[in-house]
Write a protein that binds this ligand. Sequence first.
Ligand SMILES: Nc1ncnc2c1ncn2[C@@H]1O[C@H](COP(=O)(O)OP(=O)(O)OP(=O)(O)O)[C@@H](O)[C@H]1O
Length: 510
Amino acid sequence: MAIADFGQLNMEEPPPFWGSRGVDCFEKLEQVGEGTYGQVYMAREIKTGEIVALKKIRMDNEREGFPITAIREIKILKKLDHPNVIHLKEIVTSPGRDRDDQGKPDNNKYKGGIYMVFEYMDHDLTGLSDRSTQGFTVPQIKCYMKQLLTGLHYCHIKKVLHRDIKGSNLLIDNEGNLKLADFGLARSYSHDHDGNLTNRVITLWYRPPELLLGATKYGPAIDMWSVGCIFAELLNGKPILPGKTETEQLTKIYELCGSPDENNWPGVSKMPWFDQLKSPRPLRRRLREIYRNFDRHALELLERMLVLDPSQRISAKDALDADYFWTDPLPCDPKSLPKYESSHEFQTKKRRQEMRHNEEAAKKQKMQHPQQHSRWPAQQHGVGQTHAAPHWPAGPNHPVNNGPPPQIPAGGPSGHHYYQNPRGPAPGSNGYHHPSGNQTGGYNNNRSRGGYSSGSFPSQGRGAPYGAGPSGGYGVRPPNYSQSGGQYGGSGRGQNPMGGARNQRYGGWQ
Ligand SMILES: Nc1ncnc2c1ncn2[C@@H]1O[C@H](COP(=O)(O)OP(=O)(O)OP(=O)(O)O)[C@@H](O)[C@H]1O
């Protein structure tokens, strides 16, 4: 791993920001995440009582310096300031030699751990999806998607590619706010970027075809493919492209979106790995057919996100303008979303492990005492069954760094019938429940277009309207699904949750 000098962190920032305070200002409460690059803890600031998230920067392999990936993440986070992007509050250090979870001392030059301090978020989308056993409602999905696209549009305007959009990197608080997190693989880019970027980014299930075909020059469209996968997953109740290898991932993409050729993707035959990985026979696009049960506007938007040719893929800005977000039922007010007990992917995985362990222990006991079992009361299935078929199974959850992918075998794509034989509900029957009550009341449905400035990603974002940082300050409301109540009631101009009318929302930083 590349290294850098700790001094690089002093980015013209006066104390107390960059590492002047110790981690002992915080009391660790619980581990909520275990990432490739370090553990994440829920913690309380002793002086103020504020709950935060501490992300420990893993230094295991960094004998001589500070990991360049962390420097990059910090630099990028520092230039982003938006209600739908996680806020990095501070960096703190551990004054003495830090100990890892097994009690072994951390051997690094700085004698202690280094932590990023973030605002605390109660859930990540993967954990929340597991928790919400009935699935999400349509207004809820629209609300999350809208926030995801708003945050991503902001990043793209700021010339940042996220490069790892997936459920566990979308954090949600109990006020319904969604924020993009984990900028560990993010990168600044420019349109005239001549240098080569790595194509080994983005967790496999969410990785777009251009990266799988070896592209090293790419732009914001890579993130939009991942957004399309998340969107379909929310509607479908389970991941739509769960490939196990890069080759299988491409096969699945071809089976859903058709095989790429010079007609639907001019220039594709010149991609570095096209010859190796092209489909052995032409496949037609089947997205509309497979997801025919999706709502018409949802399907229209999904069609424009999951486009093979990145140059024809919809941008975050245009997606926000799609009819999907402006037709009934409208996105709900984030505050009206149900409040769930804290849930992160790490915790749900742990719970599942415990459950499996308990089930195995019960089975063992049953085998040891069969006659006793016959006298037991009827088995209680509740909890175990709820979790037996999780919505989003754990899978290859991180970008894979394999060698060059092997060729797709002749004889056609794998022939796995994932869509004919789903593990969860059939495509489209995703268990939405439409909240009763007025679904239309609330957000501005101003249909006038043209408020966005021209050009897909203007070169300079001015940043002003988002300068205030995370919005915060939502009052605690009882959990309900009301689409009409509260401050979003009525149908006045500018009353949508992202602030402003459809044609006004982004005016400030375009
Ligand atoms: N600010 C936060 N508040 C609450 N939980 C958080 C926060 N940041 C991260 N987490 C939890 O920790 C998990 C891992 O965090 P993060 O993705 O930033 O670490 P990572 O090491 O980069 O992980 P990955 O291997 O997935 O890339 C997240 O999925 C989330 O559940």
